[in-house]
Design a protein around this ligand. Structure first.
Ligand code: TRP
Length: 463
């Protein structure tokens, strides 16, 4: 693309490549954001925490906490143009700040490994369910059958490893090919397909006969079912769903051309992510209600309730399989962003070939993921801390401790440490209300919100 720009290539381009324009960045970051968090977690969390009331709080968290922190990540990434670790090294130098801030980068790399290790296992379940739905396993099935099918699968480590391996190989294959040849190529295909599939499934949900009940459930305000816990769950979910706190978006930010508006892009990404979560809910709940099932099935909603429901419906095998294709696409575009901070760092440090680094990282994550696989069968009774299995522990530490801590540090660094002039140039701020809003959100509102979730989760778990 930029063959004629050789002379201009300098500090303002990343050595790993650049997004080919604003939309590619928006789609890549939306691809990272839209994942299992939107399609698997959001609907069941809304289901368990009071439907509409949860949705309102979640929207507020996305707008007031998520958007400022995502802007901070993109702006730091673009300012440094390197992997998060090296970006933070460079920025602490220019800001004459303590090198302790570089821990943001290191912790992000570690969190990325941990999250990807179990993310690949769950995404593997989705791959497996494409096949199970397509081959008619669930046609006419009853609840007992659907439950048993899922439990039998969880009890079988060999099969789980098979699908985890398939997912990891796909991820490694894509990231090995680089920003333009790998990431962008996958994103150009997967994101439009994902949106088409989502609309098709929404249509299916609308025609299922339970649409009104589904809408009523998602948008009815049941403040009692929400409670303090629900508010905190909503905030944690807003964080996870936007891929914040571990440098994934910072790594992607390093590849954003300088003429792209960070604010507009980030708002678009947050809106896309939210729309997908809500539409996923509007596609899933009508199918649940139309079949007389309960919406608050927790994590089993996607792997037990939905296959059961699809098994009862006309063309259910086809649409059920399509549903799990959608979930798998969403998971892959998220997984590739989880590897980018570590991948870019190792390439920078050792001048290593990207494909080699990708394979090594894939192997490490795969091995780590075995711990999560076995948490559902062989090691189900081994408790790492309290009553947590290895899977629960990895999930808990990465999501509830590392991401909020990382997000907090990122907001504080962008809000207080990085020189004002750099921030204003990156965000195009010229004083007035926009600058006041930015400062208030990034310096006070989001750090305080994150500190609150953080303190509460720790308190709850110690208590
Ligand atoms: N946002 C993804 C989801 O909703 C998960 C994810 C991808 C993620 N990259 C991340 C979460 C980085 C935290 C940090 O499923």
């Amino acid at each position: 693309m930029s063959s004629g720009l050789g002379a201009e290539r300098g500090a303002d381009e990343s050595r790993h490549g650049m997004w080919s324009g604003r939309w590619l960045f928006v789609m890549a970051a939306a691809g990272s954001a839209v994942g299992l968090g939107n399609i698997w977690k959001f609907p069941y969390m809304a289901g368990e925490n009071g439907g509409g009331a949860f949705v309102v709080v979640y929207l507020l968290c996305v707008a007031l906490v998520g958007v400022p922190i995502m802007m901070a990540e993109v702006l730091l990434g673009r300012e440094g143009r390197l992997s998060p670790i090296n970006t933070m090294r460079a920025l602490t130098l220019t800001s004459r700040a303590s090198s302790a801030w570089v821990l943001i980068g290191w912790m992000g790399v570690l969190a990325g490994f941990l999250i990807l290790s179990y993310y690949a296992v769950i995404a593997g379940w989705a791959l497996k369910y494409i096949v199970s739905l397509a081959d008619g396993t669930f046609n006419g099935a009853n609840g007992e059958f659907a439950n048993r099918a899922f439990n039998d699968f969880l009890a079988n480590p060999g099969e789980m490893i098979l699908w985890q391996t398939v997912f990891m190989c796909l991820t490694v294959y894509i990231v090995a090919k680089g920003v333009t040849g790998g990431l962008e190529k996958a994103i150009r295909w997967f994101m439009p397909l994902l949106l088409v599939l989502l609309v098709v499934l929404l249509g299916y949900g609308i025609n299922s006969g339970g649409f009104e009940q589904g809408v009523d459930f998602m948008f009815r305000f049941d403040w009692d079912a929400l409670g303090v816990d629900g508010v905190l769950v909503a905030m944690g979910q807003a964080f996870f769903t936007l891929s914040l706190g571990m440098g994934a978006i910072m790594a992607y930010g390093a590849y954003v051309p300088s003429n792209v508006s960070i604010t507009t892009s980030v708002v678009t990404i947050a809106v896309l992510d939210t729309v997908v979560a809500i539409v996923a809910g509007l596609a899933i709940f009508p199918i649940v209600f139309a079949n007389g099932l309960e919406p608050d099935q927790g994590p089993g909603l996607m792997f037990v309730t939905l296959p059961l429901a699809f098994g009862q419906m006309p063309l259910g095998a086809l649409f059920g399989a399509l549903f799990f294709v959608l979930v798998s696409f969403a998971a892959i575009t998220s997984a590739i962003s989880l590897t980018e901070p570590a991948l870019a760092f190792l390439v920078e440090e050792y001048n290593a070939k990207r494909s080699r680094v990708a394979i090594s990282l894939g192997v490490i994550c795969w091995v780590l993921g075995l711990g999560s696989v076995f948490s559902f069968n062989l090691l189900a009774d081994v408790h790492v801390v309290g009553s947590m299995t290895f899977f629960d522990f990895v999930d808990y530490v990465s999501q509830n401790l590392m991401l909020p801590l990382g997000g907090l540090a990122i907001a504080l660094f962008a809000g207080f440490v990085l020189p004002k002039a750099n921030v204003r140039a990156q965000l195009g701020l010229k004083g007035g209300l926009p600058e006041f809003l930015w400062n208030t959100l990034v310096r006070f509102v989001s750090p305080l919100a994150v500190l609150t979730i953080f303190a509460y989760t720790i308190y709850k778990n110690i208590g």
